[in-house]
Ligand binder design. Structure first.
Ligand code: SAM
Length: 276
């Protein structure tokens, strides 16, 4: 069941009642959950359940459930299974015919989206971006032409690296929202074109700390004037992209022909992306 992502008052009364009345609570990290449990005077027994022991512990929990016990699952914060352990257990419970009772509640991706100002009628949640640069860029390339909002969780240690990878792939004009420390004292929701956002985060060390969600505006071909690019320019870009990185090729062509980088980015994404 969901637990707060920062502000303890965000827990629901139903969640407190259930946590207090189940036979056992499966917790990702008891040291982490202890603060919450002691604040709400929850004295229920706990059992450890995390990424390292999920498969083994799922068997134990399923056996208990089959005996008629009730079990609540919590992660460190937010909704279990959303970039957190629990999928295997819930899947096995379904396969065994055990009833799952879902509780709505805090979840960073939804909290961030609801305040981002980006289109929210459709969105993709990509979990955490890969740590390795090549894998990260490949992941971003997969979504570069996705027309709806795309959302990622990010660790503060990698925020600059990830924003730079995004800049390489999406170009400086794409609108991106950084949602940081949601529901906490230093809550920040900053929406900017990517080029400006990277500089803003680089300049301010505090924006590189805490818990972060990144939201990327969907691809919007209508606002580009890619069809107006002279053939000479697109020919130069097509040749250079085979010799240089996508970003460098765009930078060179933009300097030679004095045309906007974002327009070149868009043309390149549509016409050259398979070669990149
Ligand atoms: N299950 C959780 C949920 O429902 O949001 C997410 C768990 S995941 C291991 C942790 C990541 O969620 C963080 O690295 C951050 O990207 C995001 N996150 C969690 N709490 C947050 C907060 N208060 N503000 C912004 N992002 C948060």
């Amino acid at each position: 069941m969901p637990t707060p992502i920062g502000n303890l008052s965000d827990i629901s009364q139903r969640a407190i009642n259930i946590l207090s009345s189940v036979d056992v609570i499966a917790t990702e990290n008891i040291y982490h959950s202890r603060k919450l449990f002691s604040y709400f005077k929850i004295k229920t027994r706990t059992i450890s359940f995390n990424d390292h022991n999920e498969k083994k512990k799922s068997q134990v929990l399923i056996a208990r459930l089959l005996k008629g016990q009730s079990i609540a699952l919590v992660s460190d914060a937010g909704t279990p299974l959303i970039s957190d352990p629990g999928y295997y257990l819930v899947n096995q419970a379904h396969n065994t015919g055990i009833k799952i009772v879902p509780l709505p509640g805090p979840c960073a991706v939804i909290t961030a989206l609801s305040a981002s100002g980006l289109p929210s009628n459709q969105f993709t949640f990509g979990g955490f971006l890969p740590e390795k640069k090549k894998a990260r860029k490949d992941k971003l390339l997969e979504i570069v032409k996705v027309k709806h909002t795309c959302i990622f969780y990010e660790s503060p240690h990698r925020i600059i690296e990830s924003l730079k990878s995004m800049l390489d792939i999406f170009g400086p004009e794409r609108q991106v929202v950084l949602a940081r420390e949601l529901t906490k004292i230093f809550e920040t929701i900053q929406s900017m074109p990517l080029g400006k956002l990277v500089k803003w985060v680089e300049k301010d060390i505090y924006q590189q700390r805490g818990e972060i969600v990144l939201l990327i505006h969907g691809y919007n071909m209508e606002d580009s004037n890619i069809n107006e690019l002279p053939e000479e320019v697109t020919r130069a870009l097509t040749i250079l992209v085979n010799e240089l990185s996508f970003k460098k090729a765009i930078s060179v062509v933009s300097k030679i022909y004095n045309c906007k980088k974002n327009v070149l980015y868009k043309w390149g994404l549509i016409n050259l992306i398979t070669k990149y």
